[in-house]
Design a protein around this ligand. Structure first.
Ligand SMILES: [Zn+2]
Length: 354
């Protein structure tokens, strides 16, 4: 026979109401329960600022993003109005989910500086110069506010909520419009002197290669980002006049890396070659990165990684081929265990508690 239970309302340290179901037989004394027996979830906010959209997530301390709101970043030209509108969305998120208090706000932003809490000279935002985001949020709410770039936030998310739990040394690479990376050494995220360490997407892979948005040539991201994959595909299509396949009918301006990935998964020979080249290049970059910090794993995330083994197999082959022998067998190349769309939100939220 099922035990009868009674519902008991308690309040946690933050004034939030929690409900406990206890057997009637339990000699219930709140003071006698140890802290670990109490179900006291805490919450924080993770904000992922992109050039087009801003995603705001309510994150529970077990790493679940409970709900999200969205604002169009590119419609704002005044940072104080932008922050004020984000704060309104935070209040909605809390009210709609019955959350009365948050522990902190973490923000993943382009050119976000961990030390200053500022966005500094972001090239893809309407806010020019230096914007003190942390101070702007603190004028609304008195909680810790942490700013970082999105790739570093994602790395921290992998450490706290993803596949790197318990690891002390690892690197993440995020393949998106560009290539971002985050480096964890001895259990700590590396911020460097400027607060923006870990820009391995701008490590030069091919001297005098493809022009990069940073003003130099041959950076990793010009070859292995979604944009780079698209470019490789266009070059290959142009160089293969007799190619007839899934991508040959797509107007060049409409071609995306996702289309190339889908074509590769369905066996299109040219698309597979595009991913073989991409994997070859990325494998070299990963092998070089290992020499820098001696990680136990490298995690890959982002849209192109969804192509699966079509990308991962050539990455691993090239990585193995180019890895210095002293690291043989010491490093795994793995796919991130964070949900792709929430990686930066979860990472930012985790950073706010770091
Ligand atoms: Zn570059």
């Amino acid at each position: 026979m099922a035990k009868k239970v009674r519902l008991v309302n308690i309040r946690n340290n933050f004034g939030c109401k929690n409900r406990l179901f206890l057997p009637y037989s339990t000699n219930f004394r709140i003071l006698a329960l140890s802290k670990t027996n109490l179900i006291m979830n805490t919450y924080s906010i993770g904000i992922d600022i992109g050039g087009t959209n801003t995603d705001i997530g309510l994150v529970r301390d077990d790493g679940r993003c409970l709900a999200k709101k969205n604002l169009p970043t590119n419609k704002y030209y005044d940072a104080s109005i932008y922050v004020s509108d984000i704060y309104s969305q935070i209040k909605y998120l809390m009210a709609e989910n019955g959350v009365e208090a948050i522990d902190g706000i973490g923000i993943a932003a382009p050119a976000g500086n961990y030390y200053t809490g500022c966005i500094e000279n972001a090239t893809n935002l309407n806010f020019k110069g230096i914007v003190d985001l942390a101070a702007a949020f603190r004028s609304h709410i008195d909680v810790p506010v942490v700013v970082s770039n999105d790739a570093n936030a994602a790395a921290y998310g992998e450490l706290v909520y993803g596949g790197a739990k318990g690891m002390k040394n690892f690197i993440t690479f995020t393949l998106g419009t560009g290539v971002g990376s985050g480096i964890v050494v001895d259990g700590k995220l590396v911020h460097g002197k400027t607060g923006g360490a870990g820009e391995l997407g701008h490590a030069i892979l091919i001297p005098e290669g493809r022009p990069c948005g940073c003003g130099r040539k041959g950076c990793l991201e010009t070859y292995t980002s979604a944009t780079g994959i698209r470019r490789t595909a266009l070059e290959m299509i142009e160089g293969t006049p007799d190619y007839v396949g899934a991508l040959s009918m797509v107007p060049p301006e409409e071609l995306t890396s996702k289309m190339v990935g889908d074509a590769a998964k369905y066996g299109d020979a040219l698309a597979i070659r595009v991913f073989e080249k991409t994997g070859y290049w990325l494998g070299i970059a990963l092998a070089n990165a290992v020499a820098f910090s001696g990680p136990e794993a490298i995690f890959l995330m982002g849209g192109p990684v969804k192509a699966g083994e079509v990308l991962m197999k050539p990455v691993r082959e090239s990585f193995k081929k180019h890895l210095c022998f002293v690291y043989d067998g010491s490093v795994d190349v793995r796919v991130s265990e964070l949900p792709d769309n929430d990686a930066a939100i979860l990472g930012a939220a985790a950073l706010s508690k770091a």
